[in-house]
Each structure stands twice: as structure tokens, then as C-alpha cells.
Write a protein that binds this ligand. Structure first.
Ligand SMILES: Cc1cc2nc3c(=O)[nH]c(=O)nc-3n(C[C@H](O)[C@H](O)[C@H](O)COP(=O)(O)OP(=O)(O)OC[C@H]3O[C@@H](n4cnc5c(N)ncnc54)[C@H](O)[C@@H]3O)c2cc1C
Length: 391
């Protein structure tokens, strides 16, 4: 790790990256660009393509495959700064953060050659599918299975809530294979092209205003070549773990950014709106909640950066605790900040003009996904506090 990359004081390179991303975020800001797209359920292609061209979306991927050669810290920084302008990209959490990391760490040379350059320059996206209707948060219960047929694999099962399948060329599917010795099912990861035969998707009717969509997937004996398996069939849990920390850190970054966006909107309004003698921001009923939120955002951001630094230094275990705490703290403050921004705006906070209520719905996702608030509390209770588990 180069000097200053693990410091709380960001080096010049990171500060410059932050400023450059912020500039792009301003251009594609929430009210003028993202919100109208989201209201029509249209993906943010122009923003995605421009961010990709500037090297922002592949910043964490290896240089030899066209990436920026930096870490999850930098990808989180990109997501935070975009999101602070209301222009966070949900699929950054999925494509470069989860799938890019897993392929980089565990893919074969051929898989890296095939997928990483496209992920790095943003021309290809990979969705990520673990959630199943019957298993829910209990991912040990997933039942999508992969069976061998000669050199090939045949996948069958279903998935739910999978984001961005319509934009992706493939989905990294978490399935299970049968252990030939014990007969027990164990997880394994497969790259499934979205145009594969017998791969069906159905768009879900979500009640949130978002540019990206969620899908139910039906894999009805999807036949895949041997090289669809990513990494070892035996080490899939470790591989999954490697992808889930970045997911939480970059998800936390999105929430920190949203919290910043809402706070900035609230502060601006509170400084301008006058209904008595002074701007409403002079009333402590308005200013104190905003000051509290400012403190909570800084704390969530610190935890997110700690998680990223731990992860980038190779401490997966230490990063897991910090990444979970960061995701928790960031989601909570994003929701609180948006709710308080709405309150600060009074009736205006519920108008389409400001879009704060729409963003509150989007921020609400991060309390549930990629891992719910309660499952994080379970993790902390068991792993950090050593308490027994109830399930
Ligand atoms: C917008 C959106 C996008 C998503 N994108 C993806 C994606 O791209 N890929 C993907 O694989 N998944 C995705 N998901 C799925 C997401 O990860 C799950 O919704 C989430 O993990 C929760 O699972 P569940 O919905 O089945 O809730 P359930 O597991 O049914 O839980 C319901 C409630 O019970 C609580 N609960 C469950 N078990 C316990 C327990 N032991 N102790 C205490 N409380 C408990 C939960 O915290 C939750 O509040 C997405 C979801 C949403 C909403």
C-alpha cells in the first residue's frame, strides 16, 4: 500500500478523483437528470457511459485488464461522490464491486480476459443473483442447483429481486453443487449469460422510483460450458465472502452519498426559507436535527473508509465487521437525513420538484438490501459480542 492510502487524510490522488467525480455528478444531478429517468424507469446510460469513459467504474480493477489498479476505497469514493449529487449507480455495487472482485480474485485467466476489460471500461455489466424467494435472508437454504453433465453444467432453480438483469450480459449466479463424496449441497458460482437458452426473467413490480429494475429469474435446466464455473467448486463460500465485503462497502458509500445529498438540500432550504423573522434554519428545532445528522454522516463515512482500508489491505475478516457496521450506519443515516430533509422543507418536501420523497424510497432499499439491518445486528451480536444465535 502506498504512503497515505491508509490515512484519514486523503492523498492528492484521491482528492483529485473526488473532485473529478463530483464534477460529473453535478452534470448528471438528481433533479435534472436522475429523477426524470427514474420516474420513467429508464437506466442512467449516459451517466454510466461517461463515468466509465473517465475510468471511474473500473477504478478498482487490475490495470492489466484496463482498470485503474486502485482499490475498493476508490470505488466507494466514486459511488459516494456520485450519490452525493443524487447520481449513485446501483449497478456499481453489483458489477465492478461484487462480480469484478470475484472474477479478479478467483477467475481463470480466460475468464479474466473475457470479462474484466468490459467491466473495467463499463461496456459490459454482470448482475449478481443469490436471493431466492424461499430462502430469503437464509442463503444457506438456496436451492438453485448445478449438476454435471460430462464437461458441462446444468443449472435449475429460481432467483428473486435480481437488479439490472436487463442491462447485464450475464448474471453471476450462486448455486449449489452436490458433493460427490457426502452428497451434501455446497455453494458454487456460475456466470450465466442472460441470453442463454432456458434462462427466463420477469420484471418485478416494485413500488420505488428507481432507474434500475429487479427481476425474478427462472433457470429451467440452463446448460453451461465447463468454464462457466468461477473459481473452485470447493471454495465458493470464501469467494462469496470476498465479493460481499465490497458490496457492503460500496452500498454504504451510496447511502452516505444520499445522506449528504439530503443534508445539503435541507441546509440550503433552511438558510433561505423565512416564515417568521429569521430563516427557519435559525430555529433549533430545525438546526439541531441537521447538526446531529452531520455528525452521524461523518461517523458512517469514517466506518466505511475503515472497512475499505481493511479490505484493501487484505484483512477480509476485519473488513467484514467494519463493512457490516458501515452499511448499517450509512443506511440508517441516509433514511434519517432524507426524512429530516423532507421535514425541513415542509410541504415542499413532498412535492415532485424536490424529489426528496422519491429518494427516501430509494434510500429505504439500503436498510433491506444487500443484507437487512436485522441480519447485520445478528452478525454483530454473534461475531463482535459473542452472543448465541436464535436461528
Ligand atoms: C431493490 C432491491 C434490489 C435487490 N437486488 C438484489 C440483487 O441484485 N441480487 C440479489 O441476490 N438480491 C437482491 N436483493 C434482495 C435482498 O438482498 C433481500 O431482499 C434481502 O437480503 C432480504 O431478504 P428477503 O427480502 O427475503 O427478506 P426476509 O429474509 O424474508 O426477511 C424479512 C424480514 O425478517 C427479518 N429477518 C429474517 N431473518 C431474521 C433473523 N434471523 N433475525 C432477525 N430478523 C430476521 C429481515 O431482516 C427482514 O426484516 C434486492 C432487494 C431489493 C429490495
Amino acid at each position: 500500500m502506498s504512503e497515505n492510502t491508509s490515512s484519514f487524510i486523503e492523498n492528492d490522488e484521491r482528492r483529485e478523483l473526488r473532485a473529478a467525480v463530483a464534477k460529473l455528478g453535478e452534470r448528471y444531478n438528481y433533479v435534472d437528470y436522475v429523477l426524470p429517468r427514474a420516474r420513467h424507469g429508464e437506466p442512467l446510460n449516459e451517466l454510466w457511459n461517461d463515468a466509465a469513459k473517465l475510468g471511474f467504474l473500473g477504478v478498482n480493477l487490475p490495470e492489466e485488464y484496463g482498470g485503474g489498479g486502485a482499490g475498493i476505497y476508490e470505488l466507494a469514493l466514486v459511488q459516494e461522490e456520485l450519490s452525493a449529487r443524487g447520481a449513485g449507480l446501483l449497478l456499481v455495487v453489483v458489477s465492478p464491486a461484487i462480480c469484478g472482485t470475484i472474477i479478479t480474485k478467483f477467475g481463470t485467466d480466460e475468464q479474466k480476459q473475457k470479462w474484466l476489460p468490459g467491466l473495467a471500461d463499463g461496456t459490459r455489466k454482470i448482475a449478481f443473483g443469490i436471493t431466492e424467494a424461499d430462502a430469503g435472508s437464509n442463503s444457506h437454504q438456496i436451492s438453485t442447483t448445478a449438476r454435471r453433465d460430462g464437461d458441462e453444467w446444468i443449472l435449475s432453480g429460481n432467483k428473486i429481486f435480481i437488479s439490472g438483469v436487463d442491462q447485464a450480459e450475464a448474471v453471476l449466479i450462486v448455486a449449489r453443487t452436490e458433493d460427490s463424496k457426502t452428497g451434501k449441497l455446497k455453494p458454487a458460482l456460475f456466470l450465466v449469460p442472460t441470453d442463454a437458452d432456458n434462462f427466463h426473467r420477469t420484471k418485478m413490480d416494485m413500488d420505488i422510483i428507481e432507474p434500475d429494475h429487479q427481476y425474478m429469474l427462472f433457470l429451467d435446466d440452463v446448460r453451461l460450458p465447463a468454464d462457466a464455473l468461477v473459481g473452485e467448486a470447493d471454495a465458493a463460500l470464501m469467494q462469496l465472502f470476498a465479493g460481499l465485503n465490497p458490496e457492503r462497502i460500496v452500498g454504504a458509500a451510496m447511502a452516505v452519498g444520499m445522506a449528504r445529498y439530503a443534508l445539503a438540500a435541507a441546509v440550503k432550504y433552511a438558510g433561505e426559507r423565512t416564515v417568521w423573522k429569521t430563516p427557519i434554519g435559525a430555529h433549533q428545532g430545525i438546526s439541531h436535527p441537521l447538526a446531529q445528522i452531520k455528525i452521524e454522516i461523518e461517523m458512517a463515512a469514517l466506518m466505511m473508509r475503515k472497512a475499505a482500508v481493511l479490505y484493501d489491505s487484505g484483512d477480509d475478516f476485519g473488513a467484514a465487521e467494519a463493512a457490516n457496521m458501515a452499511k448499517y450506519a450509512a443506511a440508517e443515516v441516509a433514511i434519517k437525513s432524507l426524512d429530516q430533509a423532507i421535514q425541513t422543507h415542509g410541504g415542499a418536501g413532498l412535492t415532485e420538484e424536490y424529489g426528496l420523497a422519491a429518494m427516501l424510497g430509494a434510500a429505504r432499499i439500503i436498510r433491506v438490501a444487500p443484507v437487512s439491518r436485522e441480519m447485520i445486528l445478528n452478525f454483530i451480536a454473534q461475531h463482535s459480542l459473542g452472543l448465541p444465535r436464535s436461528y
